[in-house]
Design a protein around this ligand. Structure first.
Ligand code: ATP
Ligand code: MG
Length: 137
């Protein structure tokens, strides 16, 4: 069993979709073992997406991620990292497969409803940025 890090982005909280997204996550067999609703600071968002800091959309991405509350989550299950990437669907919702979270709910490549770690190593670091061990049960 493995853990991954998830964020329900501001477009999800704004449209009151957190329960609907969680239903898809749980239906896929992933267990929500940590969950907290937070307002990300600019500093937190810049650190979180540091890998993209030279990309042209970085400023827009940080603006968006701090534009409203997000729900940070730890998901657990068999091959959780890869499984959640599959459940999320492609970054661009126009290219996302049927039944995926981004196909069901996302409206644009920028405001695409969810984040999921892209490797087990990144999952560990991302979980550590937002959760203490005792808050994952
Ligand atoms: P995430 O890291 O959020 O799970 P991802 O791994 O599918 O998404 P990345 O390439 O890591 O995609 O991009 C990170 C985020 O940056 C995307 O989810 C999206 O919100 C934003 N983004 C990516 N490409 C673009 C783009 N061309 N224009 C605007 N925003 C973009
Ligand atoms: Mg990514």
């Amino acid at each position: 069993t493995e853990r991954t890090f998830s964020i329900l982005k501001p477009d999800a909280t704004r449209r009151n979709l957190t329960g609907a997204v969680n239903a898809v996550i749980e239906k896929a067999g992933l267990r929500i073992v940590g969950q907290r609703r937070i307002q990300m600071s600019r500093q937190q968002a810049e650190k979180f997406y540091e890998i993209h800091k030279e990309r042209p959309f970085f400023g827009e991405l940080v603006e968006f991620m701090t534009s409203g509350p997000v729900v940070v989550q730890v998901l657990e299950g068999e091959n959780a990292v890869a499984k959640y990437r599959e459940v999320m669907g492609a970054t661009n919702p126009a290219q996302a497969a049927e039944g995926t979270i981004r196909k069901l709910f996302a409206e644009s490549v920028g405001e695409n409803t969810v984040h999921g770690s892209d490797s087990a190593e990144n999952a560990k670091a991302e979980i550590a940025q937002f959760f203490q061990d005792g808050d994952i049960v």
